[in-house]
Structure formats: structure tokens, C-alpha cells
Design a protein around this ligand. Structure first.
Ligand SMILES: Nc1ncnc2c1ncn2[C@@H]1O[C@H](COP(=O)(O)OP(=O)(O)OP(=O)(O)O)[C@@H](O)[C@H]1O
Length: 272
């Protein structure tokens, strides 16, 4: 079942939830010596509080640009992007971000790496440390709080990066291919953990991914974009509850939703 970009999902009990993010007729044009690139054109999207939304689309369709605008790291050319009803005007500390290959500072123990976003604002309190330890335990890294990054695998470091993005209790979690560099099996395991972290934290999350199955597994809605100019071509609802286990991967409904998304890319590229 598709929705228009403007429609908000229900909270699973039939009631509509209020948007945390409102994107209105958003456009972004990059001007370079070689000429102009319209990276985003007329993007309209509401993301409800507590919702998990993924954005998929071919390389260059503007996914990272959209995420950067929401993070306040890139200026928009036209339109508006609001967080909690206020225009996003610059970097803010109520957003958590994890990118592909998120770097851990090698000289700091994992717990100190996770606490970094807190340290940027204040001296971490025992409550912050408790939260950091609880997050690490949630992703199975409870035993590694005092380890150094080089003692952890790539997948373990990415799990720590998710904890770091959540440690300051942000209202919005932005994820740009956080598991992109990992093997398929590790990625699948981390998706199960990420779903569990999201489900327990109740955070609003926006994920950019090249993997259709990752998008379907994690999201309540999947936004499909087309390239040059980057536009939303479909918004697809995923018919599973918030808490998900690996068994949904073999559910026929999972395949149906993934196929519906894949149809948009027929002839362009194969996605996970
Ligand atoms: N700083 C910049 N200056 C000029 N053009 C840019 C800049 N950043 C991105 N672009 C262009 O904007 C378009 C969208 O880029 P963006 O990185 O947002 O796409 P994407 O969908 O995230 O791509 P990918 O999936 O390959 O990461 C591309 O054509 C890119 O070349």
C-alpha cells in the first residue's frame, strides 16, 4: 500500500501521530565550476515522531544531501525543512548521526568514544555513563566498554557508533549507510539489533541505504527516489509491526514489498 509523501502513517493503533520532521517543497542546487546540479527537487515528506523511515534510490539521487540538510550541515536552495515545527537553520545537538565507517578515536576506550557527543556540550555525568553502558549492553557490547577500537571488529565498531549517535538522547537519529561496509551476514545481524534499539528507544529515525531488504526490514515506510533531479517517486508502507525478528525476511509479504520497491529500479541497477 503506497501513501503520498504528505500522508502520515498511523501509530499502529489507527491514530495519526504528529510529525517530528516536515519537509516542504525542498530543493537543493549545487553550483560548481563545471555547472549546476539539481540534487533535490520539490521534496515533500512528513516523518512522524517515533517513526523509522528509509530512503532508497540510485547513486546520486540526493539521499546524502537530504540527510545533510536535515542535520543542518548543508543549506537548502528553496523550500523548508522543519524539526519539531522549527526550521532547521544549522547543526544542532538534538540530532544523532551515524555514517558509513563512522570513525572511533583510536586512543579512546569505547565508552569514551560513545560519550563524545555529550562531552561536546558538558562534562559527562554518572547518568550519562549509565546510559552509555546501557546502550552498549543493548547492542551486545557490554563487555567491551573498556576496550580500544582496534580490539573490535568493523561490525562491533559500527554498533558502538549507533550507541554514540544515541547517547545524548537526540530526538532524531540520522543514519547514512551505517552498515554499508560490512558483510551481508553481519549486516543482517546488526539490522536485528538496530530494530531492537529503535523499538526500545522510541526514537524517530531516518536511514539512507542502498539495500532494499535492509530498508524493508527496518522501516515503517520506504521512500523511493529518482536521480537528477532527486525526486520522491513513491512512498511504500511496510506491513509489519515495530518489533521484528529475522523470520520476517522469509515472509511472503516481505518479498512483495521488496519487489514493489525493486520495480522502480528495473533496468537501472540491482539492489540488495
Ligand atoms: N558538495 C557538492 N558540490 C557539488 N555537487 C554535489 C555536492 N554534493 C553532492 N553533489 C551532487 O549532488 C548529487 C546528489 O549527491 P548525493 O551525495 O546527495 O547523492 P546520493 O544519493 O547520496 O549518492 P550515493 O548513493 O552515491 O551516496 C550528485 O549529482 C552529486 O554529484
Amino acid at each position: 500500500m503506497s501513501t503520498t509523501a504528505q500522508q502520515l502513517p498511523t501509530n499502529g493503533e489507527g491514530a495519526h501521530t504528529r510529525p517530528l520532521i516536515s519537509i516542504r517543497d525542498l530543493s537543493k542546487r549545487y553550483e560548481t565550476k563545471k555547472g549546476a546540479t539539481v540534487a533535490l527537487d520539490g521534496i515533500d515528506l512528513d516523518i512522524a515522531e517515533g517513526e523509522f523511515v528509509s530512503v532508497v534510490g540510485p547513486s546520486g539521487c540526493g539521499k546524502t544531501t537530504l540527510l545533510k540538510i536535515l542535520a543542518g550541515l548543508e543549506e537548502r536552495t528553496a523550500g523548508d525543512a522543519l524539526l519539531g515545527g522549527a526550521s532547521i537553520a544549522g547543526p544542532r545537538n538534538d540530532i544523532g548521526i551515524a555514517f558509513q565507517g563512522s570513525v572511533m578515536l583510536p586512543w579512546r576506550r569505547i565508552i569514551e568514544n560513545v560519550l563524545l557527543p555529550v562531552e561536546l556540550n558538558e562534562k559527562p555525568t554518572p547518568a550519562h555513563r549509565e546510559r552509555a553502558h546501557a546502550l552498549l549492553a543493548l547492542v551486545g557490547l557490554g563487555e567491551f566498554a573498556d576496550s580500544y577500537p582496534n580490539e573490535l571488529s568493523g561490525g562491533m565498531q559500527q554498533r558502538a557508533a549507533i550507541c554514540r549517535a544515541l547517547v545524548h538522547d537526540p530526538s532524531l537519529l540520522l543514519l547514512d549507510e551505517p552498515f554499508g561496509a560490512l558483510d551481508a551476514l553481519t549486516r543482517e545481524q546488526l539490522n536485528v539489533q538496530l530494530n531492537s534499539v529503535w523499538e526500545q528507544s522510541g526514537k524517530t529515525a531516518l536511514l539512507i541505504t542502498h539495500s532494499i531488504s535492509e530498508a524493508v526490514y527496518l522501516s515503517q515506510r520506504v521512500v523511493v527516489m529518482s536521480p537528477r533531479p532527486g525526486r520522491i517517486v513513491d512512498v511504500i508502507e511496510v506491513p509489519f509491526g515495530r518489533k521484528r525478528g529475522a523470520e520476517i525476511l522469509t515472509d511472503p509479504k516481505f518479498g512483495e514489498v521488496a519487489d514493489k520497491i525493486r520495480q522502480h529500479f528495473n533496468g537501472e541497477r540491482k539492489n540488495g
